[in-house]
Design a protein around this ligand. Structure first.
Ligand code: TNX
Length: 534
């Protein structure tokens, strides 16, 4: 931890303001277009705010920012376009003129006496986020803002961040800090990895043992102990009220929460609670217990269980997408199970891969019948994709490319392209213990989720990208923030900005410093890219 803190202190020394000639004005993610004009606008306590609806949550959000961060208690009143005041300076927040804007888009205009932010819903929210970034981090009496026109909208509709709360549990306030950060950098899908082998984190009323038993384990750090000793005390879970609270908190920031319920594998926590859902194997079976404990047996009881779980999940999460996992399922227990072999025969399936596909399709049918769609990790390609599934490509880019060619939507989140935020941020021996390999910041930044191997038609199926934080080696919130910052900034630019506006030198040498200062002000821990030799 002392290493983490040292990085943080060092960053305090960096200059907090982007230079005036920065073509991106210090904004992350870089807006689609910025046109500069002569002059400045002097923002002060006397600037009047006018809005279509003074109770709109975006307006309240901005008012709070000015009050809490600037100590400005600006006058707020209803916007009437017919009344043009010649006195003082005005900030107008309006949906007028927003119908021609792209989805989630906004237009921000600053002239010497008037600022106009045009947008609706998410677009307006993002316009306000950009506007807030124009302020220097340090508070001062008045602020001089450059005269500009910004027209902006995202490259991708799905801009995600995944947090694994199974390997280590994070509290509601800690999770909200991640969501706030996502919102400030225009990410819009929080993928909540609620369930894995090392802990079940969501209260399910019908199956209380999932959390009574499945939410706790013995060791505090990730380890190889899969025998689950009697003394189980480390862990935690979210009550359904807490989940609702987080979903509401995210929605207020235009962030959808995608819950993930892992199946058929990564299921040890659930199977410790309900061992009857494991495959029953012959007494002389050689399949190791840890494999049997990892995977659901595709019995009618298992499907009833999962459908009941998902029913409660759907009540809590309005998300169109429900993530059903699907990764890393070792099929040895299914090979050894008489029940599974009989099922393969009965359904006319070729092998265990097709049995996995049958498993996922059964769940997909159920979720589709309730108006939801599934996302699965790229192993759901094995044995044939479920008809309406969206694929999250993680093992590499190949799964995503294959799915796009099959006309399935794809979210690119490869472990090979800097999207795995659990990976090392340097090769220095002083780097805190992390997972996997060294993935440099510029790798995350320079990734293009739309593979050149796809035709223009196929490219349309790439709906977005995501950063994943697996938490085997993330036991504290300080480490959580350290792992995702500043990589989340790079991700946000990949997900939002036009490729032609990306420039790693400008990002890392010009803009980052200002955002580190912002992180200080918001009390986040982060890693300074030059803190250790690479
Ligand atoms: C693979 S990515 C996993 C996770 C691990 C991660 C570590 C994926 C779908 N499965 O269970 O935590 O690698 O990087």
């Amino acid at each position: 931890l002392s290493v983490l803190l040292a990085f943080s202190l060092q960053a305090k020394l960096v200059k907090a303001q982007a230079p005036a000639d920065d073509p991106h004005l210090g904004i992350i993610p870089a807006p689609a277009s910025i046109t500069k004009a002569a002059g400045t606008f002097t923002f002060s306590q006397l600037t009047q705010i006018k809005a279509d609806n003074i109770k709109d949550r975006n307006v309240v959000f901005l008012k709070d920012f000015l009050l809490n961060n600037r100590h400005f208690n600006n006058k707020l009143s209803k916007y009437n376009p017919r009344i043009r005041s010649n006195r003082g300076t005005t900030l107008i927040i309006t949906g007028r003129g927003s119908t021609t804007l792209p989805k989630e888009g906004y237009k921000l205009t600053i002239t010497p006496r008037r600022i106009t932010i045009i947008g609706k819903g998410a677009g307006l929210f993002y316009g306000i986020q950009t506007f807030m970034q124009l302020f220097p981090v340090e508070t001062s009496g008045t602020e001089k803002l450059p005269c500009i026109t910004i027209e902006d909208s995202p490259r991708f509709g799905y801009r995600g961040m995944m947090l694994d709360v199974s390997r280590h549990f994070f509290t509601v306030p800690q999770v909200k800090k991640v969501i706030e950060l996502m919102a400030a950098y225009k990410l819009n899908n929080f993928h909540w990895h609620l369930v894995d082998g090392q802990g079940w984190r969501i209260e399910i009323k019908k199956y209380p043992k999932l959390t009574e038993v499945g939410a706790y384990r013995k060791q505090t750090m990730y380890g190889t102990n899969r025998d689950w000793p009697d003394s189980l005390s480390y862990g935690g879970y979210y009550t359904q009220d807490e989940i609702r609270d987080v979903v509401k908190f995210a929605a207020a920031r235009y962030i959808n929460v995608v819950p993930e319920i892992e199946m058929p594998a990564h299921s040890e926590a659930a199977l410790r609670a309900y061992p009857e859902l494991r495959c029953e194997l012959p007494a002389d079976s050689k399949v190791p217990a840890r494999e049997v404990n990892n995977i659901y047996c595709p019995t009618p009881e298992t499907f009833t269980f999962l459908e009941n779980v998902l029913t409660e999940v759907m009540e809590l999460f309005p998300s169109k997408y429900i993530h059903i996992g699907g990764d890393e399922a070792n099929k040895e227990p299914w090979k050894a199970s008489a029940f599974c072999q009989a099922l393969i025969k009965e359904k006319g399936l070729k092998d265990e891969h097709e049995l996995q596909s049958y498993f996922i399709q059964t769940i997909e049918k159920f979720l589709n019948s309730k108006g939801r769609s599934i996302i699965g990790w790229d192993e759901i390609l094995e044995g044939g994709l479920a008809p309406n599934a969206t694929v999250m490509s993680w093992t590499g880019e190949e799964g995503g490319i294959a799915a796009a060619r099959q006309k399935h939507n794809v979210i690119m989140t490869p472990q090979t392209t800097g999207n795995y935020f659990d990976h090392y941020q340097s090769s220095s021996p002083q780097e805190p213990v992390s997972f996997g390999r060294y993935a440099a910041l510029d790798e995350t930044y320079n990734y293009d989720p739309v593979s050149k191997e796809l035709t223009p038609e196929e490219q349309q199926y790439v709906i977005g990208t995501q950063g994943n934080l697996w938490t085997e080696y993330v036991p504290t919130v300080a480490k959580l923030q350290y792992q995702i910052l500043p990589r989340l900034f790079a991700l946000s630019e990949v997900a939002w900005s036009k490729p032609e506006n990306k420039d790693y030198t400008n990002f890392s040498e010009v803009r980052l410093a200002k955002h580190f200062a912002r992180l200080e002000a918001m009390h986040y821990n982060y890693r300074v890219p030059t803190a250790l030799p690479i």
